[in-house]
Ligand binder design. Structure first.
Ligand code: HSE
Length: 301
């Protein structure tokens, strides 16, 4: 018995919804190949595409650690054995939910090898634990869209309350990853613990406006709402040329531009592919001119 599972990259925060909104893209994503074996143990056979950065030790690797957690929960750790091969198709520490995609693929794979004892909703707490292992904090705004697809809202964390939101047909994300490493752990430590009421009012108005815009497929409202006054001003300093990239993207007619997850990837969200493609091309040219290498991905939301 074996299974191959793909889980997509995700754009957490969706610009204005820190820790509560996120969406999946079609590609890139990570792949987990998992095979049942007779000996009850969880082994990582190989990891491809990580430049040797991820641990093969099954207790330290988040994919295998989460698989073990699930087997323990189901009281199957003494009877089930699996071998895992992980293929990463996206950069680590990029702000594209790289660890989340691997964790989700691993948990989905073991669940399906076992005949789907848990629903996707029931898998979520294990995915969140994986996120905690990977970066020290159990936010769900990458794992939720990686698992459910589309756009997800985390209405609350205690208990976890996850809601899938409608995806307007023409929403496209153009992503640029400037090749600098920004670990989520570091990017979270920067953020202020306290915010002003005035900024909070702006932010929750934007979040509510974005959700309404998604329900109505109202691109104008979506565009007006996707602004972040709380997190972006602080994190932008970690991202080379952030404000120049933003100006370029907005001049191409995208609906919005901001940081993808904790960065350093940035995302231009547009109606239709053209504006997003133009924005990422021009941003890459700008980064090149400044000696910064980058990757781009353009995908439907
Ligand atoms: N919401 C999280 C953050 C996502 O912004 O830190 C991390 O990918």
């Amino acid at each position: 018995q074996e299974v191959r599972v793909f889980a997509p990259a995700t754009v957490a925060n969706m610009i204005c919804g820190f820790d509560i909104l996120g969406f999946a893209v079609d590609f890139p994503g990570d792949e987990v190949f998992m095979r049942r074996v007779a000996k009850p143990s969880v082994t990582i056979l190989a990891i491809h595409g990580d430049d040797g950065r991820l641990p093969l030790d099954p207790d330290k690797n988040t994919v295998s650690a989460c698989v073990k957690m699930l087997l323990n929960h189901l009281e199957l750790a003494d009877s089930i054995g699996v071998e895992i091969e992980l293929t990463k198709h996206m950069p680590i520490g990029s702000g594209l939910g790289s660890s989340s995609a691997s964790t989700v693929a691993g948990l989905f794979a073991i669940n399906s090898l076992l005949g789907d004892p848990l629903s996707k909703e029931e898998l979520m707490p294990f995915c969140v634990e994986g996120e905690r292992l990977a970066c020290g904090h159990g936010h769900a705004d990458n794992v939720a869209p990686a698992l459910m697809g589309g756009i997800t809202l985390i209405r609350g964390y205690e208990p976890l309350d996850m809601i899938s939101l409608p995806v307007p047909e023409d929403l496209v994300a153009g992503i640029v990853f400037p090749q600098v490493d920004v670990p989520t752990r570091d990017a979270r430590q920067l953020i202020k613990e306290k915010v002003s009421l005035k900024d909070a009012v702006v932010q929750w108005g934007n979040i509510a406006g974005l959700v309404a815009g998604l329900y109505r497929s109202d691109y104008d409202l979506i565009s007006r709402s996707m602004h972040d006054v709380l997190i972006e001003p602080t994190r932008a300093i970690l991202i080379p040329e952030f404000y120049a990239m933003k100006e370029i993207a907005l001049s191409c007619g995208v609906l919005s531009f901001g940081i993808s997850g904790s960065g350093p990837s940035v995302v231009a969200i547009s109606r239709g592919k053209e504006a997003a493609q133009q924005a990422v091309d021009k941003i890459q040219a700008h980064l090149n001119a400044h000696g910064i290498e980058s990757l781009q991905f353009v995908s439907s939301v």
